[in-house]
Design a protein around this ligand. Structure first.
Ligand code: ATP
Length: 315
């Protein structure tokens, strides 16, 4: 690519900042999940870069944004691999701290022959991302068009990031995952776009979400609680949005799913990348959905996330 093309491309790229987790996924496969106290022989093992923050950063980068990240790893080999992985995707990792005497976050995942899984997440260095990191890296927030957070780093850090970004006039996105209890009302108003899946939407709204109709009711309830714009993702059933007065159901793209890991992260990263380069909310939703639909046809988390040209060639 020559210098003229390169600078033209950069002008059309929006800037996305991800504040979130970096984990190494340690994925073992076994005929069945072991019982407590049982030692079982598995079949395969793989280490795969993950963490919702890392996945969403990779998704936003592959789907067309200039991406920076605020997070942390330990000073260990998994941390080295994760930071090198971000760099290989062209992601600015200057906001990713390397913390001594704390292990890089890991997710220990066992998947059985029936595709059931058991997952143990040890946050490690992700737990050291404090609100001070948000103040320290204010320049990254200033440079961003869209700031995206999840809940795998300390919650006060997420709140500080959302508040700071809104104060600086940035668009804020909160993917409230994982979540086990309703969030303080003040939080909901700090996110321009709240993107829960159906389980998270039920936890936050108190309304069980088993259908698109339920999701419409939950979205209205979240709006009444203080949320601005709500996008509830519904797996193969697509999503329900509430961005104006009315809820809208976007049906899922029909595909043959083989592994839905990171579908939500692909959607959030793609949605943010499209918004950052000035797309309408409608078009940003469509891009996120198309990208997520491709991701479920492939195995793994980050390896399954498509590039913008793949999504555009299927549109
Ligand atoms: P994960 O935790 O696995 O990352 P999630 O629960 O956060 O996923 P989902 O609601 O499962 O998120 O999926 C996000 C989006 O991905 C959906 O709104 C939809 O557009 C797309 N998607 C997910 N699963 C499928 C599928 N089986 N077929 C087509 N599209 C899908």
């Amino acid at each position: 690519m020559n210098a003229v093309n390169s600078s033209k491309e950069e002008q059309t790229q929006g800037h996305v900042l991800i504040v979130g987790s970096l984990n190494m996924d340690l994925v073992g496969r076994a005929p069945r999940l072991p019982k407590p106290g049982e030692t079982l022989s598995g079949t395969t093992f793989a280490t795969i870069a993950g963490g919702k923050g890392g996945n969403q950063a990779v998704a936003a980068a592959r789907l067309g944004a200039k991406v920076a990240m605020i997070g942390a790893t330990g000073a260990d080999s998994y941390g080295d691999i994760l930071r090198a992985g971000l760099a290989a995707e062209g992601i600015d990792g200057s906001g990713v701290a390397t913390v001594a005497n704390v292990a890089t976050g890991v997710a220990m995942i066992i998947v059985d022959d029936a595709s059931q899984n058991a997952i143990l997440i040890i946050p490690g260095a992700n737990g050291t991302v404090t609100p001070a990191a948000i103040s320290q890296h204010e320049a990254l927030i200033r440079a961003a068009d869209v700031v995206v957070c999840q809940l795998e780093v300390p919650h006060d850090t997420v709140f500080a990031a959302l508040q700071s970004a809104r104060r600086l006039g940035k668009v804020t996105v909160l993917n409230p995952a994982p979540v086990s209890a309703p969030l303080p009302v003040a939080w909901l108003a700090e996110a321009d776009y709240l993107i829960p899946n159906e389980i998270e939407a039920a936890t936050l709204s108190g309304i069980p979400v088993d259908s698109p109709q339920d999701a419409c009711i939950a979205a209205q309830r979240l709006r009444a609680m203080g949320a601005r714009n709500v996008l509830i993702t519904l797996g193969s059933r697509g999503l329900v949005s509430l961005t104006g007065e009315d809820t809208v159901h976007y049906p899922g793209t029909p595909v043959k799913a083989v592994d839905t890991t990171a579908a939500g992260d692909t959607f959030a990263g793609g949605f943010a990348a499209a918004l950052a380069r000035g797309a309408t909310v409608h078009d940003a939703i469509l891009l996120g959905q198309r990208a997520a639909a491709i991701s479920v046809t492939r195995a793994g988390a980050q390896p399954s996330i498509p590039y913008l040209h793949e999504v555009e060639s299927q549109a």
